[in-house]
Structure formats: C-alpha cells, structure tokens
Unconditional design. Structure first.
Lengths: 115, 110
C-alpha cells in the first residue's frame, strides 16, 4: 500500500498563476483533508471531505477550491496564487472520521512558494 | 483564537530519561485528543489518542494523560530514545475535524 501520495513535492509559482495539488489515497478511506502548515505554526484545515461528492470548508478556505469525484482523489486548486499561500500543504485521509477518534494518515507534503 | 496551545516550542531530554510534552486546550467540545509526530520533510504520523471520557491511555513507551478540569493533556515518553527526536503536535478532535497545536520540537541527547 502506498498510503497517501501527493504531487508535486515542490513548486514555485508566480503571483496570479494557478495550480492543482494532487492527493491520492489507496486505503479506501471515506474522509480526506487538506491542511497547510506555515513556519512555526500548527496545521490549519483548509477543506475536508466525508465522501465522494461531499466537501466542506475548514478553518482557512479562502483562495482554494476542492473537488471529490472519486473516493481515492482529493485535488486542491489554487486559482490566483498569492504570496500568503506560500506554505507546506498536507493531504490526509481517515477511515471513520473523528467520531471514533480515528487517526489521520498524512501524505509527505507539497512545499509551495509563491513569488 | 488558538484552541490548542503547546507553550513549549522546544524540549531537550537525555536519552533514557522521561520526556513530558504538554498541551492546553480551550474548547470543551473536543471528543478526542491525538498526538502526532513529525520528522523533517515528512507528513505527521499518528502516535496515540485518548477519548475525552478517559484520563489515561498507554501504548508501549507512550502514555497520554488527560485532565479535563484543567483542560490539559500531556504525553510521556519513557524511556526516551534518539529516534524520538521530532516535532510533536497535539490535536483536539470534534465535528469531524482536528485542531492542531503549534508543536514542540523534542531533541533527545545521546
């Protein structure tokens, strides 16, 4: 099992460009999440999904969009990149959500720089 | 509003001794608390969790204690090993979401 995979590992964007961060999990998990981690800070939830076709906003959704057309994939879209979006982005998945205290499995992260 | 706080950005502990990492929270609605460990250039990995109805959970060298009246939890690692050097995040869970603290960098001194 590969677990949670993310591509690309690194990316440099110019202000105003757009890109999609890819996330795929092979554990058949219903729940998927996108976080960002800024230096010296904890992870902040951007968007999450409780199943295919269902997405919801987290703590910091502005400037991002998501879709969940399949159980496996949960791409994160940046439409107009801004320097404030420079961060490390982590995708995660879990089996039963947090009602049962299920752990989240994280991908290795995508380091994004916007200049 | 920081709902989960880890007030010690760093901690150094001698190998073989006990490491104690602390976490405070303000949200009484958290159902679960989890600890994650993170190495550089990797995603966080799950360590241990505790339900809000319990006060202790143990898994090998790792024990998490929860004091609900003080809104405080701690992670004990005994004995500490060099491979434990990492950043540790505590998180509170509720409504299908996790709220993370800012992390504590633990360094185990050989």
């Amino acid at each position: 099992n590969a677990g949670v995979t993310q591509t690309p590992k690194f990316r440099i964007l110019k202000i105003g460009q757009s890109m999609t961060l890819q996330c795929t999990q092979d554990m058949n998990h219903n729940y998927m999440y996108w976080y960002r981690q800024d230096p010296g800070m904890g992870l902040k939830l951007i968007y999450y999904s409780v199943g295919a076709g269902i997405t919801d906003k987290g703590e910091v959704p502005n400037g991002y969009n998501v879709s969940r057309s399949t159980t496996e994939d949960f791409p994160l879209r940046l439409e107009l990149a801004a320097p404030s979006q420079t961060s490390v982005y982590f995708c995660a998945s879990s089996n039963g959500g947090l009602a049962g205290g299920d752990e989240q499995y994280f991908g290795p992260g995508t380091r994004l720089t916007v200049t | 509003d920081q709902q989960v706080k880890q007030n010690s950005p760093s901690l150094s502990v001698q190998e073989g001794r006990i490491s104690i990492l602390n976490c405070d929270y303000t949200n009484s609605m958290f159902d679960y608390f989890l600890w994650y460990k993170k190495y550089p250039a990797e995603g966080p990995t799950f360590l241990i969790s505790i339900s809000s109805i319990k006060d202790k959970n143990e898994d090998g060298r790792f024990t998490v204690f929860l004091n609900k009246s003080a809104k405080h939890l701690s992670l004990h690692i005994v004995p500490s090993q060099p491979g434990d050097s990492a950043v540790y995040f505590c998180a509170g869970g509720g409504n299908e979401k996790l709220t993370f603290g800012t992390g504590t960098r633990l360094t185990i001194i050989p």
